[in-house]
Design a protein around this ligand. Sequence first.
Ligand code: SF4
Length: 485
Amino acid sequence: MRDTRYEMRESCGLFGILGDVEAVQTTYFGLHSLQHRGQESAGIASSNGEFIQCYTGTGMVSRVFRSGSGILTKLANPIAIGHVRYSTTGSSRPINNQPLLSEYSRGQVAVAHNGNLINASLLRDEYEAYGSIFKSTTDTEVITHLLAKPTHASNPDHLAHVLNHLQGAYCLLFLFADRIEAARDPYGIHPLCIGQTEKGAYVIASESCAFDAIEAKFIREVEPGEIIRLDKDGLQSRFFVKPGTITPAHCIFEHIYFGKQNSFFFGENVHEFRKKLGRQLAIEQPADADLVIPIPDSGTSAAIGYAEQSKLPFDMGLVRSHYIGRTFISPNQKLRELEVKLKLAVVKEAVAGKRIVVVDDSIVRGTTTRGKIRALRQARAKQIHMRVSCPPLRYPCFYGVDFPTKEELLANNRNPEQIKEFLEVDSVGYQSLEGLLSCASEAAENYCTACWNGKYRIPVDIPVNKFALERYQMHMFDDWLEENG
Ligand code: SF4
């Protein structure tokens, strides 16, 4: 069954390590620290230098590799890659779990992908026209077909050759029997980082928080258009696109919302960036109030910055339950409101009788935010002033972040007064795009801002959604398995 509610979700998290006898166990811990990037499925592929084996499952890392199952022991090998998934192309079905293991003329390969290929549908049409059979509905499988095409497979650097056929956002980990190759798209849309463990093993991860979890040190980010090869000789770098020929388009939403607070990428720490956003927001959108509270967790750092700048006290008026996994699909408004309450509880004593500033990182459809505002009203907050640390979202994302349609976005075709009425707040204030970019460490032109201004740096000829490759009513048994397995 498709989840028709939309909160913004990241596509995936990647982790890879080579040269450690405990590579698989380390990958397990790395994936845990990247769990915020995807909770639909998890998987690990490992190699002993000759053969690759792979295990994937639906759900969170701790469920897939549950203690006592012995799966990690069976996978134990010195080279490993892992993946946590939230689907942005291809539905949430076991057949789409990653890493995706295949065999072709050059041997086995397991692929883990974060991002969205905007030309996947065209490429798939092309391959199907020549008789190729696809077993999943993900854009990632197209990459394995490109690798296997005889004219590509015979190329001396067939991986670099294939990457030049891809359009869109991608961070990729390839596990070949004897090595890992990591690649980042030429625009560097999503983050990919390199680290090293105390024992000297190289690690690659979507975010540096994975290095903190395994006590590895951050070395640097994989550059846009770069391939990093890890093998028995260590780390080698090469580029499939000449450096400096393409201006980067980092997804600034990674810093605003997705990244974990202790991560460092795009040249700075996530928490510090969000605090800067909060300070800038307080300058642009001050409020006459008694207290600043965040929508936890992603609004917390910005709320701290807002409180610092405005010299207002900071408090936790809402507390998040961290023990709720994926909840049911609420069939009516009343149950949806109860679900919001289950996830976020109001601390009545903190907000009753106060004029509060509520700081969040973003507002998507607005229904979830309104549920939280109503809960604060019920707790007798005197005034509620909504402040948002990014500008109004008006356009969908085609680069690997799951957005609702343009029409469903709250700020689409609504002026500030209408947004205020919809949210049932006393005032609403968004950060300006200029203010947002002034907080970033790199030059403004190095960031993607398409979801605010509709300027897509990689042109999207055919708008795609996550079900673009779901062409037939197949895999019915997968659906049953997911719900009952
Ligand atoms: S459109 Fe928005 S969410 Fe998508 S990559 Fe660009 S900044 Fe990120």
